[in-house]
Design a protein around this ligand. Structure first.
Ligand code: MG
Length: 208
């Protein structure tokens, strides 16, 4: 299993971190399987960062093996979706970016990929514009709509499958909307997806 992550897939988020908005291809990186944090387990604040940030993202679970996926078949490659957090040690990431180094240790550390309950994509209120929210201590801090993607789900699946064969069970974290920010010990994060039957909480993560 691998965790493929898309960076800067919402223009307003790219701009809030003073990054250029990608035009021709998405930013892609990976997290190892040891990054997964499931079952609403807490995240213990790592000792190698003083600026741990949340990034709430829509997550696709790959249900077919495939390489060089063609656009007309891309949406067949996932049946279930969820929400997750791409936890980022922002201070470490900034240092690595400045040196032009890979940013794995700032993004792929243990438990850095929160994953919520999976939901069939058919249960989402609007598959063409999925809506989700991140609550921090009960207040909305991120509100995402997939119509704001720079690269659509189809484009993401086609692009990443050129480089990395997709396997059943892989996850794709599709990027975060604006509103990222720091967490501190004691904070509680909740991921909410808008489904046909109303708002559904897919994860609840406490920082310890
Ligand atoms: Mg991210």
């Amino acid at each position: 299993m691998k965790i493929i992550c898309i960076g800067r897939n919402y223009a307003k988020h790219a701009l809030e971190l003073n990054n250029p908005v990608p035009k021709t291809a998405p930013v892609v990186f990976m997290k190892p399987p040891t990054a997964l944090l499931v079952g609403n387990k807490p995240l213990y604040y790592p000792d190698y960062t003083e600026d741990l940030h949340y990034e709430c993202e829509l997550v696709l679970k790959i249900c077919k093996n495939g390489k060089h996926v063609r656009p007309e078949f891309a949406l067949d490659y996932f049946e279930n979706i969820s929400l997750g957090i791409d936890f980022t040690a922002r201070d470490l990431q900034s240092k690595l970016k400045a040196k032009g180094h890979p940013w794995e240790i700032a993004k792929g550390f243990d438990n850095s990929a929160v994953l919520g309950t999976l939901v069939p994509k058919t249960e989402v209120a609007n598959q063409n514009n999925m809506e989700f929210k991140l609550l921090k201590n009960g207040e909305i801090v991120q509100h995402g709509f997939t119509k704001d993607f720079i690269f659509s789900i189809t484009e993401v699946i086609c692009y990443v499958s050129k480089f990395f064969k997709l396997h059943i069970g892989d996850y794709i974290y599709t990027g975060t909307p604006e509103g990222v920010g720091p967490v501190k010990i004691g904070d509680k994060l909740e991921g909410i997806l808008v489904t046909k039957s109303g708002e559904k909480r897919l994860f609840e993560t406490e920082i310890k």
